[in-house]
Write a protein that binds this ligand. Structure first.
Ligand code: AMP
Length: 138
């Protein structure tokens, strides 16, 4: 995996506002917050996108993510938030090291804005896609 700013943060070569770390996980404040408390949660394991992450590192993030959400919400007094996890530049990933955003949504204007254009799922398309995913999971 190519070197990223997050590798440097993990090595302590670039400063950050650390809020949590354990054997597998590191969390710190986003330098360009969409709202106060915007936090990034990253695996210490180097992986560009979520699908490349080991089960062990993924489990470690999953174990601590709800606790970090509770802490950010308590600290900000905000009750609503989004978890954002981008994979690939077209999907808005700027830093190519897996990361989860915890983004408080204190007001309609602050936090994550989402454009959502839902399509339709005809039954045959749903069945065909389900079969492909089931085959890919084998
Ligand atoms: P993404 O678009 O999902 O790749 O988001 C990358 C995030 O990393 C952005 O929200 C940036 O503000 C944040 N970021 C980049 N450099 C730093 C840094 N040195 N410290 C903290 N956050 C950073």
């Amino acid at each position: 995996m190519a070197e990223t700013i997050f590798s440097k943060i993990l090595r302590g070569e670039v400063p950050c506002h650390e809020v949590y770390q354990d054997e597998h996980v590191f969390a710190f404040l986003d330098i360009g917050p969409l709202a106060p408390g915007h936090t990034l949660v990253i695996p210490k394991e180097p992986a560009e996108t979520l699908d490349q992450l080991s089960d062990e590192a993924a489990a470690a993030i999953g174990r601590v993510l709800p606790r970090l959400c509770r802490a950010v919400m308590k600290a900000t007094g905000c009750e609503q938030y989004n978890i954002l996890q981008n994979n690939g530049t077209r999907a808005h990933q700027a830093v190519m090291h897996v990361h989860f955003h915890i983004i408080p949504k204190p007001t309609p204007e602050q936090g994550l804005g989402i454009r959502w254009h839902p399509g339709k799922l005809p039954d045959e398309e749903g069945q065909a896609m389900r079969q492909k995913i089931l085959a890919a999971l084998e």
